[in-house]
Design a protein around this ligand. Structure first.
Ligand code: GUN
Ligand code: ZN
Length: 439
């Protein structure tokens, strides 16, 4: 495979700003070059310097643009694509009124396949190249999703929902059938291409202790499996968990007791965690997905990033579509900034970049494969257009630094900013395909 070169301004994270300070957390090249061979990063650096050693390389140039690693979404529901933006309810009513009926339709494999296609198109249009994804209770929902992701050679993680109580009959499995169906899916998909499987109990209220126990055993039965669930999102939900599991010391303890914690366990939301729960998540190497658009839309609360990181929790960024209101991680970051303002905290643009890329890769234990442009990593990257909208273009005429430009992209940007998306070195989305070329 010939080496390909992409020339543009270019930025990537190399560390958590919390650990090294913002200025040492990234590398930025005003005139950068990304060299890709066989789907992987060969080198990244200053274009002038690198081009001296290169002869006959095919160079794609992106003027007025910024290349970054592809965004990573650590919590999203593909079956909720068709019910995003459902009005007027908080978590438990929202699940009963909108979510469960929508998920019921995924017994139909064709419906699942059509939705998986729309979902993946939408992720790529928004610059997201890897996601940790909920299916529904139906194993065929996961088959349809993985089939579509495999065809596009994407790095994706997903699983069948385990749910054996407190949900409509048409959406429940049993402890035994859920375990058997999950095992069959793992045998079929886990480790195929760039796919991995996540054991996916929906949340504590919809699984019996028997189902949670089997899920905990399953999680440790195959190397590299994920565990994906919800935790401490909403105050009524937390009260319900306490009533259902009076023998446990709290919500997290329900999962901990059933061995559903540790590296590659990802808990969505964690809006109302106490210090002891944060400490336990941190010491076990578990991750929390910060889902700002969802936490605001469903009125769940304000996530405390400072508290989570103080306790060493790996924090990733999630859209939580359809509780979340956008597939765009730029929109997630913009809302995260506002949430943190209300908490008296700051989200600087380099920390924001870290959260959407390397930080999320670390939350998923994938930072040896994706998250930045270190040599050898998979070439999943995006091209952000500084002139995507008239307002962005005008604002950037007044920007003097990469910090200002990045912050404006985050605050004003969305799918319109994503000019192109590449996965394993191949273009998988081109915003301008089919658009008339303007002068
Ligand atoms: N808790 C249990 N199920 C869900 C879901 O589908 N979305 C969100 N946001 N929270 C949940
Ligand atoms: Zn969710």
């Amino acid at each position: 495979m010939p080496v390909k070169a992409y020339r543009s301004a270019l930025i990537h994270s190399i560390a958590n700003p919390r650990d090294v300070g913002s200025d040492a957390s990234y590398r930025y090249f005003e005139d950068g070059l990304l060299l890709v061979e066989d789907g992987h990063v060969v080198r990244v650096g200053d274009a002038q310097a690198l081009l001296q050693d290169l002869n006959g390389v095919d160079i794609t140039e992106f003027p007025n643009a910024l290349i970054t690693p592809g965004f990573i979404d650590t919590h999203i529901h593909y079956p909720q694509t068709g019910m995003i933006a459902s009005y007027g309810a908080q978590l438990l009513d929202w699940l009963n009124t909108y979510t469960f009926p929508a998920e019921g339709a995924f017994h139909d494999r064709d419906h699942a396949a059509k939705t998986a296609k729309v979902f993946l198109d939408e992720l790529l249009r928004n610059g997201t190249t890897t996601a940790l994804v909920f299916g529904t209770v139906h194993p065929q929902s996961v088959d349809a999703f993985f089939e579509a992701a495999l065809e596009r050679r994407l790095r994706m993680i997903a699983g069948k929902v385990l749910m054996d109580r407190n949900a409509p009959d048409y959406l429940t499995d049993t402890a035994e059938s859920g375990d058997a169906e999950s095992r069959a899916l793992i045998e079929r998909w886990h480790g195929k291409g760039r796919l991995a499987y996540a054991v996916t109990p929906r949340f504590a209220p919809t699984s019996s202790p028997e189902q949670l126990a089997l899920a905990g055993t399953l999680f440790h039965d195959y190397p590299g499996l994920y565990m994906h669930t919800h935790l401490s999102e909403n105050v009524q939900e937390i009260d319900w968990v306490k009533a259902l599991f009076p023998e446990r010391s709290g919500y997290l303890d329900v999962y901990d007791h059933h061995n559903l914690i540790g590296p590659r366990a990802v808990f969505a939301h964690g809006v109302h965690l106490c210090d002891a729960e944060c400490a336990r998540l941190g010491e076990t190497g578990s991750a929390v997905a910060f889902c700002p658009t969802s936490n605001l839309f469903l009125g769940s609360g304000l996530f405390d990033l400072e508290q989570a990181e103080t306790h060493g929790i790996r924090v990733g960024l999630g859209t939580d579509v359809g509780g979340g209101t956008s597939f765009s991680q730029l929109r997630s970051l913009s809302e995260a900034y506002k949430v943190m303002q209300l908490k008296g905290q700051n989200l600087d643009p380099f920390k924001a970049l870290y959260l959407a890329t390397l930080g999320s890769a670390r939350a998923l234990y994938l930072d040896d494969r994706i998250g930045n442009f270190e040599a050898g990593k998979e070439a999943d990257f995006i091209v952000l257009d500084y002139q995507a909208t008239p307002l962005l273009g005008f604002r950037l005429q007044h920007a003097r630094s990469i910090a200002e430009r990045l912050f404006a992209l985050i605050t004003l940007g969305d799918d319109r900013v994503i000019k192109a998306t590449y996965a394993l070195g191949e273009k998988v989305h081109d915003r301008d395909d089919g658009r008339p070329v303007s002068a």
